[in-house]
Write a protein that binds this ligand. Structure first.
Ligand code: 13P
Length: 278
């Protein structure tokens, strides 16, 4: 098994009516926990990092580790740049061997989003990497304090966006948001069904933390093939660190490291099983 591009993973998931988990990572313990969960469930996953997270977890350190983890894994793994903000970062990720990239131009007017996304498609073509783009505005904000107001994806525009950009996967906005939801979201499955009807490429659900298992299953039945999970893993790790250190009699870095990896492992495994309809 190996480092693979994201597109075949999503197409295989389409055939099997399931979704592939895309798990955000910020350090070695997160990478190790996620990969072990993928191996133990014998399920391909996507390891990803968002450009805003590079302030804490620099690309020059994370990228070689993520790529190497994928190459050595017992299952197929794609390595993805999540929410790229600049073409420079997209290019750097591709140079490090990322097999999939997303540049988030969802806040631009439609023509700007199309133009920038086409530039990413062009860059990725040189390495054969998969390209994801977002249309409509997902709530919250990956890695920042400012909240984005949700604008649901317009299905009619989605069809045009897919054709004009040549992307491989489309991230939709259907009431989903990044971070912990203050109240359970009401996802617009009616809009998702419309988007699924008029597009041909796999669909992506951001803001996976806090979405219920039943909602995940419904989204998968309506064409969602990639589901992003970030906050739930970061929170699981932080909670495990707190619990471990509060019980610690003496400083124990190695025990803490193992507890962190284990917390991410449990969270990733739980989500993989739901996304596999188990
Ligand atoms: P959560 O932080 O809500 O899980 O969202 C993850 C995500 O969509 C990353 O792009």
């Amino acid at each position: 098994m190996a480092l693979v591009t994201m597109k075949p993973l999503l197409l295989q998931a389409e055939k099997e009516n399931r979704a592939v988990g895309a798990f955000s990572v910020g350090n070695m313990e997160m990478v190790m926990g996620a990969v072990r969960a993928a191996e133990d469930t014998n399920t391909p996953i996507i390891l990803q990092i968002a450009e805003k997270r590079l302030r804490n977890s620099p690309l020059e350190l994370m990228a070689p580790m993520m790529v190497s983890a994928a190459k050595h894994a017992k299952v197929d793994i794609a390595v993805h740049l999540d929410h790229g903000l600049t073409l420079e970062c997209v290019k750097a990720a591709l140079d490090y061997g990322f097999t999939s990239v997303m540049m988030d131009c969802s806040l631009l007017p439609l023509d700007g989003n199309i133009a920038q996304t086409k530039a990413v498609v062009c860059l990725a073509a040189a390495t054969g990497a998969t390209v994801e783009a977002e249309l409509g505005v997902v709530g919250g904000n990956e890695g920042d304090t400012a909240e984005h107001i949700i604008t649901c994806t317009d299905p009619a525009v989605a069809a045009r966006f897919e054709k004009e950009t040549g992307i491989d996967a489309l991230a939709v906005s259907i009431g989903n948001a990044h971070g912990n939801y203050p109240v359970l979201p009401e996802l617009r499955f009616d809009i998702l069904a419309e988007i699924d009807k008029v597009t041909e490429i796999p669909l992506v659900l951001h803001g996976g933390t806090g979405i219920t298992d039943d909602m995940f299953r419904k989204a998968i039945s309506l064409g969602i093939r990639k589901i992003n999970i970030a906050t739930a893993s970061f929170d699981a790790l932080a909670r495990a660190s707190k619990a471990f250190t509060s019980n610690m009699q003496q400083a124990d870095y190695f025990g803490l490291s193992a507890a962190n990896a284990e917390a991410v492992y449990e969270n990733v495994k739980r989500h993989i099983n739901v996304f596999n309809n188990k």
